[in-house]
Design a protein around this ligand. Sequence first.
Ligand code: AMP
Ligand code: ZN
Length: 497
Amino acid sequence: MTETVIKLHNSKSRSKEVFAPIDPKNVRMYVCGPTVYDRAHLGNARPVIVFDTLYRLLRHVYGPEHVTYARNFTDVDDKINATAVSRKEAGAEGTLEQLVTERSDETIAWYLKDMGALGAMEPDHMPRATEFIAPMVAMIEDLIAKGHAYAAEGHVLFAVESYKAYGALSGRSVDDMIAGARVEVAPYKKNPMDFVLWKPSSDDLPGWDSPWGRGRPGWHIECSAMSYELLGASFDIHGGGNDLQFPHHENEIAQSCCAHPGEDFAKVWMHNEMLQVEGKKMSKSLGNFFTVRDLLDQGVPGEVIRFVFLSTHYGKPMDWTEKKAKEAEATLRKIAEYLNSDPATQGQSFVPDRVPQEFVDALANDLNTSLALTLIRKYLKERRVADLRGALRLVGFDPIALVQKFSSVRASTYSREKGASSLQAAGYADEATLDLMAKFVSQLTELRSTAMETKDFAPVDALKTALMDAGVEVRMSKAAVELLPGAGFDAAKLEGL
Ligand code: AMP
Ligand code: ZN
């Protein structure tokens, strides 16, 4: 028996509901994954972190072996094809089909590596659309047989008027949609809102044989078919960004509920709000578009990104700012310093991790992650090592990795090998940065001993300011001078010093 009551906001009922799984021995969640045409941008990481946190909570409450999480890869896409075509034109070896697969493969590998750096576990199932074409074709045939879809000019369309509840999730009527939407009015559509289940493919692009000719599936049918194959006709949670609520999720519901009448499809619908950057929508034209990899390569650790994301409730728009990243990094450093100083972490004593019930309850209350982070700060302040470690783990931070990455390297008593390996493991600094830090540690130490005699501290302050301007945290105590190059460290600013 679990003492935890999970409550989740269900977009479908527009209210917070007590979560009662269909089968507590097999709690099932499906989340719409990326279209794999290029690196994931920072916004794409939001659903990954949100649903990873929910996955961890469900595993904690129901047991890791009683939760099944599926997240797809959409690998049928014009942009993937376009990259393959341009590679072929540039003389790449292989058939177009091979080049398409190669592009999807490389993007998927990047995705898993980048999301792994954010502490996201891999779901139990990661189906690729191209591996589930036969179930999609079968589902489309079934929809035609049941009178919910029709074939026309090589296309198959879903007839929205055949499904009374169409629009229930997003709260729109078909008439409103027609009035408000810029829909493609194709001659073969009976109703302008009818959407594509199958469409023809040209001979030179990837396609699959079907009763309606060589073609490819529409995007929405992919998720309906894959969730059915992997999780069944009724499952517990369906998630994704709220940009997917209409039309993607509305269409998934129409397809799945018409193909499997009497079943629920997804009982709870959860949507994360969008991510912005410094108060603005992230877009290429505004010049504030960046990928997760861009940030990691700039030296922003994945843990910092995760911490910043968790500080905002998933149901609220969230703003990525450099200020928040700096604050998160400072908190993680404090946590790491404390864990590092604790005998339990040093291996001198053994204290098993513990997750306080109040911490589980915070997450169970519709994923109140900002309260969870407040509790983590409290356990730090109260020096509760077992609670701190248990809580960190539950929201996806490995305490040992935090110590390795975020506790400071004492540059003054600095043993080169040790310093280099731990800083490099952290992805913070290359050899050159380490040399530079060692040089400034001696320079500052010398300037300080001179200043003790002359009583003129201006040169010490000048160097400190220059270092701080370059993004280096300066800590001076009687015992030591420590320099910690932060996420925004810029070596160029130190040239000529
Ligand atoms: P896509 O590859 O565009 O289908 O997006 C993959 C996932 O990222 C979907 O769940 C989207 O809802 C989500 N997503 C895309 N842009 C953002 C954003 N700016 N903020 C949060 N989530 C986003
Ligand atoms: Zn989907």
